[in-house]
Design a protein. Structure first.
Length: 465
């Protein structure tokens, strides 16, 4: 029987109960599907894993969409050499269009021996499901599927749904962004739900209203024609590694604040606060080690720029010799808060580093990738519909609005292409998920509740517009 809820509370409650019961009954299928998807070692870097792993994951998503009745299912060959998966289900005549986004590519597993269970084998432990991509963001693919199945069990979909699963989000190579810019009609929608963030806490429904942009720099320092014996030449010979360290140190003050010549680094934050003790626990800061920065945690990670040294090319301790280094390289990440232009911020960082080169060392800086920050209008009809849906799915818990220190460059691209579209960010990457780290996991309870919330959102949004 088709349930068509009226504005009354009883009818809404009956529909909510029906959707929740359907999602609960589908959880065993969801676990099995997530296990199949996690098994693909879909790191979008051919230097680390075979391209066939990403191709297999993309084909799995495409086949699943076809089984679910999606039309126009296609593997899109994007300019960065990866594939995104697209499909569409038409809704009633005149219904709004909602684009559902997730990505099937994942971060590398890092040290596989550090995982308590194999990273590409979904394993249940202490009530959570462990595996690379379980939360970020293969779980997001499954979340969207659960929501759509729950709606269809009650009747026809109330909106036209477009589905896009990206294949290189974690690498930041921009394939889907470039494809969307070349085919702007493909992803056009009234509202876009990005399933790639997470709740502030397990059980606390949260939408992410801001994202920092990012830039990736490769910095190289050269001082000598070749390495030299540190006993014979050390002390006078300019050490490239030491020069690099001095340059990188210049972007932090004594309190650990990011400081870049010419850049505003003191912005405030007026949304959900992040208590320092909670952050210490979430970040697993060692006892006695202080947090960096002089502002609040929320200001530091959501509203202000930050620079992180991601890696340095130099001899490892195990392979080091008594040598003065002739060359050294570093990968440097700049996170750019909303309200700041990434291109300008990147230029300021490059100029800052060049101005702090010691000893006349030769420096070359390559900008390897960039993405703009994002900020949403939280007063829109879609946000009000999501607040109602989350309140119903989470037994009366009010939706919270938070920022996100990470970057999803596609958001800015979509906002530019479709300026009238409302963009909401939700997902499964709450702090316990430990995304990008070893032992990544997802809470099946969060998967269940967020799937209910998304299903209710699609219905309530259709009723509002």
């Amino acid at each position: 029987m088709t349930l068509t809820p009226a504005p009354g509370a009883d009818e809404h409650a009956a529909y909510t109960d029906a959707v929740a019961a359907t999602v609960a009954s589908l959880m065993p299928q969801a676990r099995a599907e997530l296990a199949e998807l996690v098994a693909f070692r879909s790191v979008a870097d051919a230097a680390q894993f075979p391209v066939s792993e990403c191709e297999g994951a993309a084909s799995w998503v495409a086949a699943t969409l076809r089984r679910e009745g999606f039309q126009d299912v296609a593997l899109l060959d994007t300019p960065d050499g990866t594939q995104s998966v697209y499909g569409m289900v038409p809704g009633p005549k005149g219904a709004p269009t909602v684009l559902l986004y997730a990505h099937y590519d994942v971060q590398p597993p890092l040290d596989e021996s550090a995982w308590e269970t194999p990273p590409f084998e979904l394993t249940e432990r202490n009530g959570r499901w462990y595996g690379r991509g379980a939360a970020d963001c293969k779980g997001g693919v499954v979340m969207h599927l659960l929501a759509l199945r729950a709606l269809r069990a009650q009747g026809e979909l109330p909106v036209t749904v477009k589905f896009i699963a990206e294949g290189s989000e974690e690498q930041g190579t921009g394939g889907l962004q470039q494809y969307a810019e070349a085919h702007p009609e493909l992803l056009a929608a009234d509202t876009i739900v990005i399933g790639d963030t997470g709740n502030f806490r397990v059980g606390l429904p949260t939408v992410t209203a801001s994202l920092r942009g990012m830039a990736m720099l490769h910095v190289r320092v050269d001082t000598l024609e070749g390495n030299l014996h540190s006993g014979q030449f050390g002390g006078a010979a300019p050490d490239a590694l030491a020069a690099l360290v001095r340059m990188l140190d210049s972007v932090r003050d004594a309190e650990g604040n990011t400081v870049i010549d010419g850049m505003d680094v003191d912005a405030g934050w007026d949304g959900l606060e992040y208590p320092a003790d909670d952050f210490r626990r979430d970040a697993r800061v060692l006892d006695g080690v202080r947090l960096t920065g002089s502002g609040s945690v929320a200001e530091s990670i959501w509203a202000r720029p930050s620079v992180t040294v991601l890696g340095i090319d130099c001899p490892s301790v195990a392979t080091a010799t008594a040598s003065v280094q002739a060359s050294a390289r570093a990968a440097v990440s700049l996170r750019v808060p909303p309200g700041m232009d990434t291109v300008k911020a990147t230029s300021l960082l490059v100029s800052h580093l060049e101005a702090h080169v010691p000893w006349g060392a030769r420096v070359s800086i390559e900008v390897a990738g960039q993405g703009q920050p994002f900020s949403a209008d939280t007063s829109s009809p879609a946000y009000r519909a999501m607040a109602e849906a989350m309140r119903a799915a989470y037994d009366g818990e009010e939706m919270q609005i938070a920022g996100q220190g990470g970057s999803i460059p596609l958001c800015d691209t979509l906002a530019s292409l479709y300026p009238r579209a409302e963009i909401l960010l939700i997902g499964l990457s709450e702090p316990e998920a430990q995304i990008h780290a070893v032992n990544e996991s997802v809470s099946p309870e969060e998967l269940e509740r967020l799937s209910v919330a998304e299903a209710l959102f699609l219905l309530r949004y259709a009723q509002r517009v």
